[in-house]
Design a protein around this ligand. Sequence first.
Ligand SMILES: CC(C)(COP(=O)(O)OP(=O)(O)OC[C@H]1O[C@@H](n2cnc3c(N)ncnc32)[C@H](O)[C@@H]1OP(=O)(O)O)[C@@H](O)C(=O)NCCC(=O)NCCS
Length: 182
Amino acid sequence: MKTDVRPQATERPRRLVISRMTNADVREVLRIEALSFATTWPQNAFASEINDNKLAHYFVGRLEDGHEASIVAYGGIWVILEDSHITTIAVHPTWRGHKLGEQLLVHLLREAITRGASWITLEVRESNEVAQRLYRKYGFTVVSTRRNYYSDNNENALVMWAGNLRGDLYRNRLSALAREFE
Ligand SMILES: CC(C)(COP(=O)(O)OP(=O)(O)OC[C@H]1O[C@@H](n2cnc3c(N)ncnc32)[C@H](O)[C@@H]1OP(=O)(O)O)[C@@H](O)C(=O)NCCC(=O)NCCS
């Protein structure tokens, strides 16, 4: 099945300006969350992640040339010693397909590496081929399936994993892919 229905890109990707998520950002983040996921995190989940969870690192992305510089993307990771976990990532539907999700993913991967992670994992819906394709581009592979993981429709989750993040091979791959955004 053909999953890529995007028009061919003709311009350089817009640059995403990424900063740490603050309490003031949560309202906008929740709007994108509601447009992106069948089951959503409550407001206090984001608040407790950014205020109380020392292992959590959350970011928002704004467009460099955005008129009101509103948030168009967000994402987060947990880093626990050498392990890291992408907990969420989303782009406002209007802005999907402009390489913004990819820029945010690169940022999360670099954050994980800087904080000492050697491997990274995430769960993704079996049907979410767009996200899976993005993750595969960055070296993730499927390592297992969690059956009936999503409570809204009992969909399976694929557990994806990328390892040896601190090795030369992975760092070179990341630098080469990220060059497009510099
Ligand atoms: C998944 C998501 C974050 C991707 O962000 P995005 O900004 O739309 O994606 P990008 O434009 O950065 O594309 C990066 C890569 O993703 C994949 N991709 C993006 N759009 C795609 C599409 N329509 N079809 C197939 N692959 C696609 C490709 O691998 C692409 O790389 P390429 O351009 O070199 O082929 C975004 O679609 C989203 O917010 N989805 C809803 C929330 C979600 O599913 N989050 C993930 C939960 S695990």
